[in-house]
Design a protein around this ligand. Structure first.
Ligand code: F6P
Length: 517
């Protein structure tokens, strides 16, 4: 079942060396002192340029020795072999016996690969999906697109459609319905006319209860409100084309079991993005991600941005013991980025056993959370500056704005820089309340512009970073068994809400069920 070679990180010699390094200089490492000693060389050494993304890691609690040992840890843990196994299409998702090949979705048609047949299918589907997107874009009778999907079938497209608003042709509104809570679908339907609406039912499995309930209700609403042509007004994006057809949807775009849900926005699941930004924009997004794939696949580990980030994550989680990381995109269009990354990281690496099923003696995924800057500054940044816990923060700044409003962008960027600076330098107040301890770590990402290509590259960088920490931890980052138990129990509880039968339930669940009936 385990498709892993290599050594779990805690069983390597480098792990022990890192423990000693942490005890010696890591625990009390002060970034301010490091800058005083190293000067600008520190910024040079601890920043990295990857395709479309620049990252400054120099405000983190690391030095050359830390990185050297972390790189040794990566090598001893077999990171490179595991990465190469993914790119070779080996079944590294051992518990589901599947390959993990989302990178193939963004490979050019003539890419050199041993997976020629799959690549040909990818491009045939991509061409068909993009042709359909262009046809719908040209159809001015369609004014509203409703994506019905949840998790990876919602978060990616929703995040990207918002992020790329500046590249979206006017004339269509995009709505995303994910929650089984009928308030959401009812709220969206209120403003719609069936003859002007396209419903996109997005579900990898086409078995997800929330999505099927919403799709059923949407179809019922469509016919009851006078809609006449289901074939024209519904499309499905799924690996289970048969189930979509059985549901009554003729227009389908498929993908494959080797695309994980949280890695699927590059597949047919990206149709809403293509509807928003067009075929050319979608291809640019894929090209940006592909450039990052190549960076991850071929760049030596020491200059490999996703690797350096993933190693920093291991350092913070397993040596410093930080349980949480915050992300602050300083661009309002990236407002759904934290939610998207939450699924990517926490569903991938929120695991307590290694790939062979053995319990792990160390922590895995941190809690990932955040809000766009500057909003977060006026809410929870207080805790980041003066709270009792150290929470590494990540800034995402975009150098050029796409709006013309005077003065806003310099203010925005100044705030991002100032917050990172304040977290690091702190402030001394002998009176206490105005004391900022400083030495609070942060990473600062810079994109020159927020474009389809830079967004694609940034997201692929994050995927590979999550891959890196997961690989060192020896876990399967590509399954998600932890979501199953709740689904099974919900199926048991739903009829009890109608019948009132609480037999066999624990007293708390029974009491609440009575209260909610
Ligand atoms: O329940 C978790 C999950 O399986 C996610 O991994 C996935 O993105 C989401 O549900 C939606 O699944 P589907 O696309 O099959 O409807």
């Amino acid at each position: 079942m385990s498709a892993r070679t290599g050594t779990r990180c805690d069983r390597t010699a480098a792990w022990k060396q890192l423990q000693a390094h942490y005890a010696e200089t890591g625990r009390d490492f002060d970034v301010r002192e490091a800058f005083a000693a190293e000067g600008t060389a520190r910024f040079e050494a601890l920043s990295e340029s990857a395709p479309h993304v620049f990252a400054d890691l120099s405000k983190n609690r690391i030095d050359a020795r830390t990185e050297e040992l972390l790189l040794a840890l990566a090598r001893e843990s077999g990171l490179e072999a595991h990465r190469d196994a993914m790119f070779a299409g080996e079944p590294i998702n051992g518990t589901e016996d599947r390959a993990v090949m989302h990178f193939l979705l963004r490979a050019p048609a003539d890419a050199v690969t041993t997976r020629k047949a799959e690549l040909a299918e990818v491009h045939a589907t991509l061409d068909a999906m993009l042709a359909y997107a262009e046809a719908v874009r040209a159809d001015h009778t369609i004014t509203d697109v409703v994506n019905i999907g949840i998790g990876g079938s919602d978060l990616g497209p929703q995040m990207a459609v918002l992020a790329l608003d500046a590249f979206t042709a006017p004339g269509k509104r995009f709505h995303f319905v994910s929650n089984v809570d009928g308030h959401e679908l009812a709220g969206v339907l209120k403003g719609l006319a069936p003859e002007h609406t396209l419903f996109v039912v997005a579900s990898k499995t086409f078995t997800t209860a929330e999505t099927l309930a919403n799709a059923q209700s949407a179809k019922r609403w469509f016919t009851q409100s006078g809609g006449v042509d289901v074939a024209r007004h519904f499309a499905a994006l799924t690996t289970n084309v048969e189930a979509a057809r059985a549901f009554g949807i003729e227009k389908t775009f498929g993908f494959w079991d080797w695309v994980g849900g949280r890695y699927s926005l590059w597949s047919a699941i990206g149709l809403p993005i293509a509807l928003a930004i067009g075929a050319e924009g979608f291809r640019q997004m894929l090209a940006g991600a592909h450039a990052m794939d190549e960076h991850f696949r071929t760049t030596p580990l020491a200059q490999n941005l996703p690797v350096r980030l993933g190693l920093l994550d291991v350092w913070y989680r397993n040596f410093h013991g930080f349980t949480s990381r915050s992300i602050a995109p300083y661009h309002s269009a990236l407002k759904r980025l934290p939610a998207y990354l939450q699924q990517l990281e926490m569903e991938s690496n929120g695991k307590q056993v290694d790939a062979s099923g053995a319990p792990l003696p160390f922590g895995t995924s941190p809690v990932l959370w955040g809000e766009p800057g500057t909003n977060g500054q006026h809410a929870y940044f207080q805790m980041l500056h003066q709270g009792t816990d150290v929470i590494p923060l990540e800034f995402v700044a975009v150098r050029e704005a796409t709006h013309e409003l005077e003065g806003h962008h310099p203010k925005l960027l100044a705030n991002a820089l100032a917050q990172a600076q304040a977290l690091m330098v702190g402030q001394v107040d002998p009176g206490g309340h105005k004391n900022f301890p400083g030495n609070r770590p942060s990473t600062f990402f810079v994109l020159d512009q927020l474009t389809p290509a830079s967004l694609g590259a940034f997201l692929a960088m994050y995927e590979h970073r999550v891959f890196t920490s997961g690989a060192l931890w020896g876990i399967n980052s590509f399954d998600q068994w932890g979501v199953e138990l709740g689904k099974v129990l919900a199926r048991d509880i739903e009829p009890r809400l109608a019948s009132g039968d609480v037999a066999g339930l624990d007293p708390s669940t029974a009491g609440l069920l009575q209260r909610l009936r």
